[in-house]
Design a protein. Structure first.
Length: 411
């Protein structure tokens, strides 16, 4: 009998009693091949056509390395278009790094299911002898999991998910039937609006076959075992959400120094809405204050605000507002300086007496005092007469404060 090549990594299998003088050298060569199959690495240069991995079998008294049995393949070069890396038709696991310039690489057996590796990403793939599948999400070169943007999914234009490692935005989708999925696909759905995904026999398995309601920003990772048979791998509810607090003028008070007018109740017409308002005159900057024990769910980042106000009169001059804040914990002094005042864009009054005016949302307000969860925040608001042109008193009705949360509850 003579030596033969092994089925998968093509090292030399020696026949009984053969190679008595060279057995050790041949055994070492075979072990080198096994080592390369476990931990071997090769950079290949992809050019203007399909690149076929070298599949050389063992060579007598040679340590020549074939590419097909290596563990890790790095693709380099400037191929000018997406190219296929063709592999032998046998079972094998590979790690593939697409380091070519600009273009995607497909990896697998020509004519069968292949894996797409986007430029700059690393994917673990498995070939079953016919088709090739991704066995991990996309990794970038620093080892972070990434997903390529695959487009929007809506009931108006159904999407077919037929590649691994893509993230899809779900906008306006009312059910799973709005898109189809090929077999053996790993993908992510990111929800931009509220959506109820309903379990259907042979269609969707949401871990336990139950319904889930998503919110904007939620993310789910899914895997398809067969065409349109999808199982959810993980679910990440959105935590960073924008919330509001309404602060009416009735919750504010004039500052002791340069304060606005005292809180007043003003009747528009009998038995129509009365106004609880603070009047800020046009001749000098006047101030009011209020305090909020901010929710623990607040991420302690910047806030924004939106003033609601009116004018009794017909002057169409503009009104501008400013707001600053400072946070303090137990045992902190309350004798603290407010943060930088941030102004709204001056808004012109309509010219109709007692029309409600809603200013545009301000820029970011940084609350001074290094705020932490659950702290008390004092705020100061004023009319900035240097930035407006209204000749009458501006009547503040309240402000809406926008803040971002990073937890679901205040526990």
């Amino acid at each position: 009998m003579v030596s033969t090549a092994s089925d998968l990594i093509k090292f030399e299998k020696q026949a009984t009693g053969e190679n008595s003088a060279t057995w050790g050298t041949k055994a070492n060569t075979a072990m080198s091949r096994i080592e390369e199959a476990i931990a071997g690495y090769r950079a290949i240069t992809v050019a203007g056509s399909t690149y076929t991995l070298d599949d050389t079998q063992y060579l007598e008294n040679s340590t020549t390395t074939s590419e097909s049995h290596l563990s890790f393949i790095k693709c380099t070069g400037t191929p000018g278009a997406a190219r296929l890396i063709a592999i032998p038709a046998r079972t094998k696991h590979y790690t593939v790094w697409n380091a070519v310039t600009t273009y995607d690489i497909t990896f697998g057996i020509s004519g069968n299911v292949v894996v797409t590796v986007p430029t700059g990403h690393i994917v673990n793939v498995f070939c079953d002898g016919t088709n090739t599948y991704a066995t991990s999400p996309l990794l970038n070169t620093t080892g972070q999991i990434t997903y390529e943007k695959g487009g929007d999914i809506s009931s108006a234009s159904p999407t077919v998910i037929d590649t691994d490692g893509h993230m899809f935005d779900v906008t306006g989708t009312t059910g799973f039937s709005a898109f189809t999925v090929a077999a053996e696909r790993l993908f992510v759905l990111q929800f931009d609006g509220i959506l109820t995904m309903t379990h259907g026999a042979g269609t969707l398995d949401l871990l336990n076959g139950t319904n889930i309601t998503t919110a904007a920003g939620d993310v789910g990772v899914f895997y398809s075992t067969a065409a349109n048979v999808v199982r959810m791998i993980s679910w990440t509810p959105a935590t960073a959400k924008l919330n509001t607090i309404w602060v009416p003028a009735a919750a504010m008070y004039p500052s002791t120094t340069n304060g606005c007018a005292a809180l007043a109740q003003v009747e528009t017409t009998a038995l129509r809405p009365d106004l609880k308002c603070l009047d800020f005159d046009p001749d000098s900057d006047e101030f009011a204050q209020f305090a909020i024990a901010m929710p623990k769910s607040w991420n302690e980042g910047t806030i924004t605000y939106q003033p609601y106000w009116t004018v009794t009169g017909t002057n169409t001059g503009t009104v501008a507002w400013q707001l600053g804040g400072v946070a303090m914990a137990s045992d902190d002094t309350i004798n603290a300086v407010f943060g930088t005042l941030i102004a709204t864009t001056a808004l012109a009054h309509s010219g109709t007496s007692n029309d409600l005016m809603v200013s545009a949302t301000s820029g970011a307000v940084t609350v001074a005092g290094s705020p932490a969860a659950g702290e008390l925040c004092f705020f100061q608001i004023n009319r900035d007469i240097s930035a407006d042109a209204q000749t009458g008193d501006a009547r503040l009705l309240g402000i809406k404060i926008f803040y971002t949360t990073d937890t679901h509850t205040d526990t």
